[in-house]
Design a protein around this ligand. Structure first.
Ligand SMILES: *Cc1c(COP(=O)(O)O)cnc(C)c1O
Length: 435
């Protein structure tokens, strides 16, 4: 039977996917080896709060990414705050950050008395639009935050040349992109400093944890002094480096400059060491599965893969929370929400439009008075007013029309993946019946 003669499940036709197999999606993969590593720390009791295992994990993770230093955190938000402070973001400063991301990519700026100038995303990459950065730079702009959205590496060549020209730091938020490559080089090694979440929902998932990475010893030492007080002034890897901030900061040993305590708990770092050993092969399988899915849909109107062009040597890492790109004009104007409803009826129950909510319209960045100065923190330290309302960032605000959730396959099982692809194809090819 041709697809056009089949009726959609939404109109009472047969479902394409009768039952979803949760094994296809369950994550992270936990084996006896993970359990043993965690139990060992648990049974030891006091080691849960020490740093010996975390330091091994930091070294292994930094080596995997190919950078000089790794620093473990209690979560990704803390790692981002540490990275901001290390880069010199302070009261009265500005950072540039895409509006389409999780709040923790931007909100630490407010904690430090700075403000956020939000940039729009490119509608094909869903990452910060390099065209929307330069005009936002002012005398107080310190850094640009890049988020490799859903694992898609940002256009780093162009961002690097802008940052170099204006002497801005690049802070990579790698929370979606553990293992992603940009033109063959690992995300997390492409800016001045990188920070990432490793909480349970992420692609590299070890509970509640975060990691900071950098090749810059001064930034590393500053991050330590901010919130890893017991390590301030301690030996770092390049003990001979003359540029070390250690000397300057050593006198603060014992009390964190930031008054934060950001240490990773070792139940997580022990789990992280085991997860890292298997992560490359596991994400290789995820990438095979996701590419299989999209290859089956290449000729379908209205939906497009969110993945780097073939032959670019860029990859999507663990394909965190993957999205498809929706182009309603190819489907007679069918709204994305209706398309998703029809796919859910076909049996893929997690098909919803959109992704994160755009941040630039959120009241926290407009009104919140964190320091109780009688004015919004976004303005309280002499910052320019760079707040933007509804209508300012078209693609970010339009996310529910241009992107939708697709299955995040953890295993490359052709027969099952083919059924999911068939569900999307069926809805797209019958879209006219829904208008
Ligand atoms: C999850 C996430 C974070 C925050 O990490 P936590 O570990 O939850 O604190 C930061 N940035 C992005 C892009 C994220 O997705």
């Amino acid at each position: 039977m041709r697809n056009s003669e089949i009726s959609l499940a939404l109109s009472g036709g047969p479902q394409t996917i009768e039952e979803e197999d949760i094994e296809l999606f369950r994550w992270p993969i936990i084996t006896e080896e993970d359990e043993k590593a965690v139990l060992e720390v648990l049974r030891d009791r006091s080691r849960m709060s020490k740093i010996d295992i975390t330091q091994k994990f930091e070294r292994e993770y930094a080596d995997w990414v190919g950078v000089g230093f790794g620093l473990g955190y209690c979560n990704g938000t803390a790692a981002l705050l540490g990275a901001f402070w290390a880069c010199g973001v302070g009261a009265g400063d500005e950072i540039i950050c895409p509006s389409m991301t999780y709040w923790a990519s931007a909100a630490p700026a407010l904690t430090l008395g700075a403000t956020v100038n939000f940039a729009d995303i490119n509608p094909d990459t869903l990452c910060i639009d390099p065209e929307d950065i330069e005009h936002r730079i002012g005398p107080k702009t310190k850094a640009v935050v890049v988020v490799h959205y859903s694992g898609y590496p940002c256009d780093m060549d162009r961002i690097q040349s802008i940052a170099q020209k204006h002497r801005l730091k690049i802070i990579e938020d790698v929370s979606h992109a553990h293992g992603s490559l940009y033109k063959g080089r690992p995300c997390g090694s492409l800016g001045d400093i990188a920070a990432m979440s490793m909480m349970s929902g992420k692609s590299f998932a070890i509970g509640e944890a975060g990691m900071l990475l950098t090749d810059n010893e001064t930034l590393y030492e500053r991050a330590i002094a901010f919130s890893h007080y017991e390590r301030t002034g301690g030996p770092s890897r390049n003990t001979n480096s003359e540029k070390s901030a250690r000397g300057e900061l050593a006198r603060f040993a014992g009390i964190p400059i930031g008054a934060h305590k950001h240490r990773m708990n070792q139940l997580c770092s022990a789990l992280g060491r085991v997860q890292l050993r298997y992560y490359p092969e596991r994400i290789a399988e995820i990438q095979r599965a996701m590419n299989r899915f999209w290859n089956l849909l290449e000729d379908v109107p209205g939906i497009k893969a969110h993945r780097p062009p073939a032959g670019s040597e860029s990859t999507m890492g663990g394909c965190y929370n993957p999205l498809g790109l929706y182009r309603s004009e190819e489907l007679g104007g069918l709204p994305c929400a209706k398309f998703c409803e029809a796919v859910r009826a076909e049996g893929f129950k997690s098909c919803f439009p959109g992704a994160n909510r755009p941040l630039h319209v959120h009241p926290v960045f407009h009104e919140a008075d964190i320091f109780r100065q009688g004015k919004p923190t976004a303005l309280a330290f002499g910052q320019r007013d760079v707040r933007q309302g509804e209508g300012a960032l078209e693609n970010s605000e339009n996310i529910e029309e241009i992107a939708f959730r697709i299955p995040w396959f953890k295993h490359d099982r052709p027969a099952e993946i083919e059924r999911y692809a068939a569900a999307f194809r069926k809805v797209a090819e019958n879209a006219h019946k829904l208008i």
